[in-house]
Design a protein around this ligand. Structure first.
Ligand SMILES: Nc1ncnc2c1ncn2[C@@H]1O[C@H](COP(=O)(O)OP(=O)(O)O)[C@@H](O)[C@H]1O
Ligand SMILES: [Mg+2]
Length: 312
């Protein structure tokens, strides 16, 4: 069962280019349309969220992009300074600390600190309150691709396990407890029905389950093609791919295209079988025709998300 509408913090990751930002934009649109106050936080300098939503570019300040939908492009330096301000409660102290070049050198050299500044800030907004009310109902974190995304998730775990008691560890502990609670948070793994993304998804799923013990809120299989061939037609067509010339002879282009399509569909079916074994709640999103504008794509995919929790 897919319950993406019930969690406060979602960490969206997957192989590069599989549609993480698109999924964030679509999910944010669906949740905001449902009346939730949504914050999309991205870490990438060349963010695509604004293009996908058809809004002004994101920056380091949280801005309302659309009704109920807020966005921020997180920057480690800005986030660290804010964190300092929150904890030290003195502007003068923070300026003295953060403008000191030795301190800056320390920040640059401390492994994981940059990651924690980004993830920690995104998480903080999921528990932030304004006049006794949560500022946002849900935070969507458009995380880096698999490897770096996993490294980022390891940081609070390492802080909890290794850091001396103090403010940093107390916050990391609180975040880590929340990340592990499937009622509050979860990882949204985005993938494609293709060999390499599925390999990476299997590894990611294993790391999340065995090493980090973090819940997967959803496995989103993006860019699913409509099946044109039934299994028996595919069984007839796919063996012909072996003898397919690179440039089909005039008159046989349609046959060649049909054979290639049957092969693609067979790969898609195999990938789907492999993904199903992982046992995550899945949502398949269709491959939308090229030429559609980014914001049309997002709107159509948002409807799929909304339908998924209406069905649940
Ligand atoms: N379901 C879909 N149908 C068609 N194109 C898609 C779909 N999902 C994503 N795309 C396109 O794929 C490209 C990569 O998407 P993006 O969300 O930027 O990936 P990522 O954030 O994982 O790097 C973009 O050009 C996007 O418009
Ligand atoms: Mg992206």
């Amino acid at each position: 069962m897919l319950d993406l509408d019930r969690r406060r913090f979602l960490f969206v990751t997957g192989k590069g280019g599989v549609g993480k930002s698109t999924v964030c934009a679509a999910l944010a649109t669906a949740l905001a349309t449902d009346g939730k106050r949504v914050l999309v936080a991205t870490t990438s300098a060349k963010e695509r969220i604004s293009e996908l939503l058809g809004t002004a570019p994101l920056d380091a300040q949280i801005r309302e992009l659309l009704p109920n939908l807020y966005g921020v492009a997180l920057q480690a330096q800005v986030a660290l300074r804010e964190y300092g301000q929150l904890k030290l409660k003195s502007r003068i102290l923070v300026d003295a600390l953060f403008d000191n070049r030795y301190v800056q050198g320390f920040f640059a050299g401390a492994p994981g600190l940059k990651e924690w500044a980004l993830l920690g800030k995104a998480w903080y907004h999921s528990i932030e309150e304004v006049s006794g009310r949560p500022r946002f109902d849900v935070v969507l974190f458009d995380a880096p691709a698999t490897g770096h995304g996993l490294d980022m998730l390891r940081v609070p775990k390492v802080i909890v396990e290794l850091a001396p008691p103090g403010v940093l560890r107390a916050d990391a502990e609180r975040a880590w407890t929340m990340f592990r609670d499937a009622r509050q948070s979860g990882v949204v793994v985005v993938t494609l029905p293709e060999e390499l993304p599925v390999n990476e998804t299997e590894e990611l799923s294993r790391s999340l389950a065995e090493e980090l013990r973090l819940p997967v809120a959803a496995l989103v299989v993006n860019c699913m093609r409509t099946e044109l061939f039934d299994p028996s037609s595919r069984a007839l067509l796919t063996p012909l791919a072996r003898d397919l010339p690179l440039a089909p002879e005039p008159g046989s282009e349609a046959l060649a295209a049909g054979i290639r399509r049957a092969v693609r569909e067979q790969i898609q079916t195999n990938c789907r079988d492999r993904l199903r074994v992982l046992g995550h709640a899945e949502l398949e999103l269709p491959l939308l025709p090229g030429g559609a504008s980014a914001s049309d794509t997002v709107r159509l995919l948002a409807q799929r998300f909304a339908a998924s929790w209406r069905a649940a």
